[in-house]
Design a protein around this ligand. Structure first.
Ligand SMILES: Nc1ncnc2c1ncn2[C@@H]1O[C@H](COP(=O)(O)OP(=O)(O)OP(=O)(O)O)[C@@H](O)[C@H]1O
Ligand code: SF4
Ligand SMILES: [Mg+2]
Length: 347
């Protein structure tokens, strides 16, 4: 880590699960997304529901290809026109699914923001960092160039870019990876979004920088009262920073519970397998989760049974034939499995 990358003092995040949830800002309800790849339909998301309130953080975790990005793009209205989106994505009570493109674009610009994994794709390498933020601000807020510039400098300071007034004129290549990601976060915050989706926002960074950026996101979230959806393949991140966790596999929700409850009382064999696959210390930090033995199912075929049945150590005949219904046990803890771990009612 370079000295310039050193973080300023940050608040410790409130312990996961201790932030109280108000009325939901975002309600994803029965979301289904079908995409087309090489002429075939891909059932990328098959029934996802979650809610997130202002000041609350929900993690969506799962292996590669489980539908995390597609579901967040569906929330943002950023899927290709050929995508079929069913279900509801209510933001502040308004269903965004089927909203006219113009209205969606307006909301997306002001109320919703997304931070992507790869800052290189989010920043224009030929343009200085400050003006990139200033332009984003001026595109959506009625501010003069000078006022927008001041706001951009303030935002750079807020994400702990040292000497923000001087760094305003830096090009992206003059910054470290961690600093570039901070700039991307500053740009995402430029219109005071009510909801921020961080899609693997720290995956490309080393562990120390990753922790700094996560602290920063959580601190800014608390300060600005944003709702935060954290998309990750990293269970450690989810355990540390979130209030609720949704575990996705092959487009389906396998388990969904308050964070503390989920990690203390795992019910789904899939979550158990993911926990068992946490990278060892001798692996590169925050490498992709080593894949649970076997391959995920082909999403171009409609699955009759549980999507995990070919890889699941607890699978029985029934698992291949029937879709397990969603069970709630204990209250607030949902999972879809015929033979769950732990105590409680079986479906
Ligand atoms: N534009 C697209 N067109 C067709 N299929 C797509 C498209 N984008 C994603 N998919 C498919 O949808 C499924 C879900 O992909 P998605 O990118 O949401 O996974 P993910 O959980 O974000 O994975 P990762 O952890 O690798 O980012 C995958 O089978 C993927 O191949
Ligand atoms: S329903 Fe069956 S295959 Fe699916 S996770 Fe549960 S036990 Fe495993
Ligand atoms: Mg993804």
């Amino acid at each position: 880590m370079s000295a310039a990358d050193a973080p300023g003092p940050v608040l410790a995040p409130p312990p996961a699960g201790e932030r109280s949830a108000g009325a939901p800002l975002l309600e994803v309800d029965g979301l289904r997304v079908t995409l087309v790849a090489r002429g075939r339909q891909v059932h990328a998301v098959d029934g996802l529901s979650y809610r997130v309130a202002a000041g609350q953080t929900v993690a969506i975790i799962g292996e590669s290809g489980s539908g995390k990005t597609v579901s967040s793009r569906a929330v943002m209205g950023l899927l290709p026109p050929s995508a079929r989106v069913e279900g509801h994505v209510r933001f502040a009570g308004v269903d965004l699914v089927g909203l006219p493109e113009r209205e969606l674009r307006r909301r997306r610009a002001v109320d919703l923001a997304i931070v992507l994994q790869d800052p290189a794709r989010s920043l224009d390498p030929t343009m200085r960092i400050g003006p990139q933020i200033t332009e984003a601000i001026r595109a959506h807020l009625p501010l003069s160039r000078r006022a927008a510039r001041e706001r951009a400098i303030e935002l750079l300071g807020r994400v702990r870019i040292p000497e923000p007034r001087r760094r305003y004129d830096d090009y992206p290549h003059q910054l470290s990876g961690g600093m570039r990601q901070r700039v991307v976060i500053a740009a995402a915050l430029s219109c005071n979004p009510k909801l921020l989706i961080a899609d693997e926002a720290t995956t490309a960074l080393d562990v120390t920088t990753q922790a700094q950026i996560m602290h920063l996101l959580v601190e800014l979230q608390a300060e600005l009262g944003m709702a935060l959806v954290l998309i990750s393949h990293d269970l450690g991140l989810a355990a540390t920073y979130t209030d609720e966790v949704v575990v996705m596999y092959a487009g389906r929700t396998m388990e969904h519970a308050p964070t503390r409850e989920l990690f203390h009382n795992v019910r789904s064999p899939y979550t158990k397998a993911l926990l068992g696959a946490i990278p060892r210390l001798d692996r590169p930090p925050h490498d992709r989760l080593p894949v649970v033995q076997g391959r995920p199912p082909d999403l171009t075929r409609r699955m009759q049974g549980c999507p995990f049945h070919l890889r699941c150590p607890s699978a029985a005949e029934r698992c291949a034939a029937e879709r397990p219904p969603e069970v709630v046990d204990p209250p607030g803890h949902r999972f879809a499995c015929f033979f769950p771990h732990g105590e409680g009612n079986l479906p």
